[in-house]
Design a protein around this ligand. Sequence first.
Ligand SMILES: [Zn+2]
Length: 281
Amino acid sequence: MAYSLTHELISSLDRLKSTNDTKENPEEDDVIKRLITPEWYYAKGFKIYFHSVENLFFNQTFKNTLDNTFNDYLINNEYDAFERTLSSWYVPYHYFPREKWGIHLRLDRLINTIKKLNKKSSSFKNKEDIIKASTMYFILHELFHYMVENCSTVLEIIKENPLLYKQYLVSVYETTFSTENCIEENLANTYLMREWKEYNFPRNILCELLSYYDTNYKNLLYYGEDKFSLDVRKLLSQILYSCSNPKIVEPIEGVMSRINPKNMKDHQIPLWFHYYPEIIS
Ligand SMILES: [Zn+2]
Protein backbone atom coordinates (compact mmCIF):
# COMPACT_ATOMS: atom_id res chain seq x y z
CA MET A 1 0.00 0.00 0.00
CA ALA A 2 1.25 3.50 -0.85
CA TYR A 3 2.62 5.66 1.91
CA SER A 4 -0.03 7.91 3.37
CA LEU A 5 0.58 10.10 6.38
CA THR A 6 -3.15 10.22 7.13
CA HIS A 7 -3.41 6.43 7.32
CA GLU A 8 -0.44 6.33 9.65
CA LEU A 9 -2.03 9.06 11.80
CA ILE A 10 -5.27 7.05 11.96
CA SER A 11 -3.34 3.93 13.06
CA SER A 12 -1.57 5.96 15.77
CA LEU A 13 -4.88 7.44 16.92
CA ASP A 14 -6.41 3.95 17.18
CA ARG A 15 -3.38 2.69 19.11
CA LEU A 16 -3.63 5.65 21.45
CA LYS A 17 -7.34 5.02 22.03
CA SER A 18 -6.75 1.34 22.80
CA THR A 19 -4.11 2.17 25.41
CA ASN A 20 -5.94 5.14 26.85
CA ASP A 21 -8.62 4.70 29.45
CA THR A 22 -10.45 7.99 28.84
CA LYS A 23 -14.22 7.77 28.53
CA GLU A 24 -15.85 9.29 25.45
CA ASN A 25 -18.99 11.36 25.72
CA PRO A 26 -21.58 10.02 23.23
CA GLU A 27 -22.87 13.58 22.72
CA GLU A 28 -19.53 14.40 21.14
CA ASP A 29 -20.28 12.03 18.32
CA ASP A 30 -23.11 14.15 17.04
CA VAL A 31 -21.52 17.43 15.97
CA ILE A 32 -21.30 16.92 12.19
CA LYS A 33 -24.60 15.03 12.10
CA ARG A 34 -26.26 17.91 13.94
CA LEU A 35 -24.76 20.58 11.71
CA ILE A 36 -25.46 19.04 8.34
CA THR A 37 -28.71 17.25 9.42
CA PRO A 38 -29.23 13.46 9.59
CA GLU A 39 -30.97 13.62 6.16
CA TRP A 40 -27.69 14.52 4.46
CA TYR A 41 -25.43 12.74 6.94
CA TYR A 42 -27.09 9.43 6.09
CA ALA A 43 -27.65 10.22 2.39
CA LYS A 44 -26.55 7.54 -0.03
CA GLY A 45 -23.71 8.42 -2.31
CA PHE A 46 -20.77 7.02 -4.17
CA LYS A 47 -17.14 7.43 -3.27
CA ILE A 48 -13.98 8.01 -5.26
CA TYR A 49 -10.57 9.09 -3.97
CA PHE A 50 -9.13 12.56 -4.27
CA HIS A 51 -5.39 12.78 -4.84
CA SER A 52 -5.04 15.90 -6.96
CA VAL A 53 -7.07 18.06 -9.33
CA GLU A 54 -5.43 16.48 -12.38
CA ASN A 55 -6.15 13.01 -11.10
CA LEU A 56 -9.80 13.85 -10.33
CA PHE A 57 -10.44 14.99 -13.87
CA PHE A 58 -9.14 11.72 -15.28
CA ASN A 59 -11.61 9.82 -13.10
CA GLN A 60 -14.16 8.25 -15.43
CA THR A 61 -16.79 7.75 -12.69
CA PHE A 62 -16.67 11.45 -11.86
CA LYS A 63 -16.87 12.51 -15.51
CA ASN A 64 -19.68 10.08 -16.38
CA THR A 65 -21.72 11.12 -13.34
CA LEU A 66 -21.53 14.78 -14.30
CA ASP A 67 -22.50 13.97 -17.90
CA ASN A 68 -25.38 11.71 -16.89
CA THR A 69 -26.88 13.96 -14.23
CA PHE A 70 -26.19 17.38 -15.72
CA ASN A 71 -29.74 17.87 -16.97
CA ASP A 72 -31.41 16.42 -13.86
CA TYR A 73 -30.98 19.64 -11.91
CA LEU A 74 -32.43 23.02 -12.80
CA ILE A 75 -30.31 26.11 -12.28
CA ASN A 76 -31.23 28.32 -9.33
CA ASN A 77 -29.67 31.36 -7.75
CA GLU A 78 -29.19 29.97 -4.26
CA TYR A 79 -25.71 30.62 -2.92
CA ASP A 80 -23.42 27.96 -1.52
CA ALA A 81 -21.84 28.35 1.89
CA PHE A 82 -20.46 24.82 2.34
CA GLU A 83 -21.75 23.36 5.64
CA ARG A 84 -24.05 26.30 6.32
CA THR A 85 -26.15 25.61 3.20
CA LEU A 86 -25.50 21.84 3.44
CA SER A 87 -23.73 22.05 0.07
CA SER A 88 -20.54 20.26 1.13
CA TRP A 89 -19.06 18.99 4.38
CA TYR A 90 -16.24 16.98 5.90
CA VAL A 91 -16.81 13.89 8.04
CA PRO A 92 -13.78 13.32 10.32
CA TYR A 93 -12.19 9.90 10.82
CA HIS A 94 -12.47 10.46 14.58
CA TYR A 95 -16.11 9.36 14.28
CA PHE A 96 -17.30 5.77 14.08
CA PRO A 97 -18.31 3.97 11.98
CA ARG A 98 -15.46 5.34 9.90
CA GLU A 99 -17.12 4.39 6.62
CA LYS A 100 -18.38 7.95 6.03
CA TRP A 101 -14.99 9.55 6.50
CA GLY A 102 -14.06 12.14 3.89
CA ILE A 103 -15.20 15.14 1.87
CA HIS A 104 -18.88 15.13 0.88
CA LEU A 105 -20.39 17.06 -2.02
CA ARG A 106 -23.98 17.42 -3.16
CA LEU A 107 -24.27 16.88 -6.91
CA ASP A 108 -27.15 19.33 -7.30
CA ARG A 109 -25.08 22.14 -5.72
CA LEU A 110 -21.99 21.26 -7.77
CA ILE A 111 -23.94 21.16 -11.05
CA ASN A 112 -25.70 24.40 -10.13
CA THR A 113 -22.32 26.08 -9.65
CA ILE A 114 -21.08 24.76 -13.01
CA LYS A 115 -24.24 26.15 -14.67
CA LYS A 116 -23.81 29.51 -12.92
CA LEU A 117 -20.18 29.73 -14.08
CA ASN A 118 -21.15 28.64 -17.61
CA LYS A 119 -22.88 32.00 -17.85
CA LYS A 120 -19.50 33.63 -17.20
CA SER A 121 -17.59 31.46 -19.64
CA SER A 122 -15.60 34.39 -21.02
CA SER A 123 -13.63 34.40 -17.73
CA PHE A 124 -12.44 30.82 -18.27
CA LYS A 125 -10.11 29.08 -20.72
CA ASN A 126 -12.60 26.34 -21.61
CA LYS A 127 -15.48 24.21 -20.30
CA GLU A 128 -13.16 21.86 -18.42
CA ASP A 129 -11.78 24.83 -16.51
CA ILE A 130 -15.32 25.77 -15.41
CA ILE A 131 -15.92 22.25 -14.09
CA LYS A 132 -12.54 22.28 -12.30
CA ALA A 133 -13.17 25.67 -10.69
CA SER A 134 -16.69 24.69 -9.57
CA THR A 135 -15.49 21.42 -8.02
CA MET A 136 -12.43 22.95 -6.40
CA TYR A 137 -14.57 25.72 -4.87
CA PHE A 138 -16.06 23.07 -2.58
CA ILE A 139 -13.07 20.74 -2.26
CA LEU A 140 -10.51 23.41 -1.26
CA HIS A 141 -12.71 24.65 1.59
CA GLU A 142 -13.28 21.09 2.83
CA LEU A 143 -9.59 20.17 2.45
CA PHE A 144 -8.83 22.70 5.13
CA HIS A 145 -11.13 20.87 7.58
CA TYR A 146 -9.25 17.65 6.70
CA MET A 147 -5.94 19.39 7.44
CA VAL A 148 -7.28 20.60 10.80
CA GLU A 149 -8.22 17.05 11.75
CA ASN A 150 -4.77 15.75 10.82
CA CYS A 151 -3.12 18.53 12.86
CA SER A 152 -5.37 17.65 15.79
CA THR A 153 -4.30 14.01 15.59
CA VAL A 154 -0.65 15.08 15.72
CA LEU A 155 -1.45 17.12 18.86
CA GLU A 156 -3.35 14.18 20.37
CA ILE A 157 -0.38 11.85 19.84
CA ILE A 158 2.01 14.35 21.44
CA LYS A 159 -0.33 15.05 24.38
CA GLU A 160 -1.41 11.39 24.62
CA ASN A 161 -5.01 12.51 24.66
CA PRO A 162 -7.19 11.06 21.86
CA LEU A 163 -10.17 13.27 22.78
CA LEU A 164 -8.76 16.72 21.96
CA TYR A 165 -10.32 17.00 18.51
CA LYS A 166 -13.81 15.85 19.48
CA GLN A 167 -13.78 18.10 22.55
CA TYR A 168 -12.77 21.05 20.36
CA LEU A 169 -15.60 20.30 17.91
CA VAL A 170 -18.18 20.43 20.73
CA SER A 171 -16.80 23.26 22.84
CA VAL A 172 -15.40 25.61 20.18
CA TYR A 173 -16.34 24.73 16.58
CA GLU A 174 -20.03 24.01 17.15
CA THR A 175 -20.60 26.97 19.46
CA THR A 176 -19.04 29.48 17.04
CA PHE A 177 -19.98 27.73 13.78
CA SER A 178 -22.54 30.19 12.38
CA THR A 179 -20.75 33.30 13.67
CA GLU A 180 -17.90 35.41 12.37
CA ASN A 181 -15.80 34.13 15.31
CA CYS A 182 -15.41 30.64 13.91
CA ILE A 183 -11.69 30.66 13.14
CA GLU A 184 -11.78 27.29 11.41
CA GLU A 185 -14.48 28.41 8.95
CA ASN A 186 -12.76 31.74 8.29
CA LEU A 187 -9.45 29.99 7.69
CA ALA A 188 -11.10 27.41 5.40
CA ASN A 189 -12.25 30.28 3.14
CA THR A 190 -8.85 31.93 3.36
CA TYR A 191 -7.20 28.66 2.38
CA LEU A 192 -9.66 28.35 -0.52
CA MET A 193 -8.76 31.84 -1.68
CA ARG A 194 -5.00 31.24 -1.47
CA GLU A 195 -5.12 27.91 -3.31
CA TRP A 196 -7.60 29.20 -5.93
CA LYS A 197 -4.88 31.60 -7.03
CA GLU A 198 -2.46 28.70 -7.53
CA TYR A 199 -4.80 27.14 -10.09
CA ASN A 200 -5.12 30.44 -11.98
CA PHE A 201 -8.90 30.46 -11.74
CA PRO A 202 -10.36 33.99 -12.08
CA ARG A 203 -10.33 35.82 -8.75
CA ASN A 204 -13.47 37.86 -9.48
CA ILE A 205 -15.47 34.63 -9.82
CA LEU A 206 -14.43 33.42 -6.36
CA CYS A 207 -15.23 36.84 -4.89
CA GLU A 208 -18.70 36.61 -6.39
CA LEU A 209 -19.29 33.10 -5.07
CA LEU A 210 -18.13 34.05 -1.57
CA SER A 211 -19.68 37.51 -1.39
CA TYR A 212 -23.25 36.20 -1.18
CA TYR A 213 -22.76 34.92 2.30
CA ASP A 214 -19.40 35.79 3.77
CA THR A 215 -19.36 39.36 5.00
CA ASN A 216 -15.68 38.82 5.76
CA TYR A 217 -14.80 37.85 2.21
CA LYS A 218 -13.22 41.23 1.39
CA ASN A 219 -10.85 40.80 4.34
CA LEU A 220 -9.80 37.47 2.89
CA LEU A 221 -8.31 39.28 -0.10
CA TYR A 222 -5.89 41.06 2.19
CA TYR A 223 -5.09 38.13 4.45
CA GLY A 224 -1.29 38.11 4.51
CA GLU A 225 0.97 35.22 5.43
CA ASP A 226 1.48 36.54 8.97
CA LYS A 227 -2.22 36.78 9.79
CA PHE A 228 -2.83 33.35 8.32
CA SER A 229 -0.07 31.85 10.50
CA LEU A 230 -1.28 33.65 13.61
CA ASP A 231 -4.84 32.46 13.10
CA VAL A 232 -3.63 28.89 12.52
CA ARG A 233 -1.67 29.26 15.77
CA LYS A 234 -4.83 30.36 17.58
CA LEU A 235 -6.91 27.57 16.03
CA LEU A 236 -4.41 24.89 17.07
CA SER A 237 -4.31 26.37 20.58
CA GLN A 238 -8.13 26.22 20.68
CA ILE A 239 -7.81 22.50 19.93
CA LEU A 240 -5.04 22.00 22.47
CA TYR A 241 -6.98 23.70 25.27
CA SER A 242 -10.62 23.05 24.16
CA CYS A 243 -11.31 26.71 24.55
CA SER A 244 -12.36 29.44 22.09
CA ASN A 245 -10.16 32.04 23.79
CA PRO A 246 -7.13 30.15 25.07
CA LYS A 247 -5.04 32.10 27.58
CA ILE A 248 -1.89 30.69 26.07
CA VAL A 249 -1.42 30.70 22.30
CA GLU A 250 1.32 28.24 21.41
CA PRO A 251 3.64 28.78 18.39
CA ILE A 252 2.76 25.44 16.81
CA GLU A 253 1.43 26.58 13.41
CA GLY A 254 4.31 24.72 11.68
CA VAL A 255 2.31 21.49 12.11
CA MET A 256 -0.13 22.79 9.47
CA SER A 257 2.39 23.23 6.65
CA ARG A 258 3.59 19.64 7.10
CA ILE A 259 -0.01 18.50 6.69
CA ASN A 260 -0.78 20.53 3.55
CA PRO A 261 -1.80 18.06 0.80
CA LYS A 262 0.17 20.21 -1.63
CA ASN A 263 3.40 19.17 0.08
CA MET A 264 2.60 15.48 -0.02
CA LYS A 265 1.57 12.75 -2.41
CA ASP A 266 -0.79 9.84 -1.86
CA HIS A 267 -3.23 11.54 0.46
CA GLN A 268 -6.10 9.39 -0.86
CA ILE A 269 -8.92 11.41 0.64
CA PRO A 270 -12.36 9.81 0.25
CA LEU A 271 -14.55 12.08 -1.87
CA TRP A 272 -18.28 11.42 -1.74
CA PHE A 273 -21.04 12.59 -4.09
CA HIS A 274 -24.71 12.64 -3.09
CA TYR A 275 -27.81 12.79 -5.25
CA TYR A 276 -30.65 13.15 -2.73
CA PRO A 277 -31.14 13.44 1.03
CA GLU A 278 -32.16 10.33 2.94
CA ILE A 279 -35.76 10.23 4.17
CA ILE A 280 -35.56 9.93 7.96
CA SER A 281 -38.78 8.74 9.60
ZN1 LIG B 1 -16.47 24.66 6.47
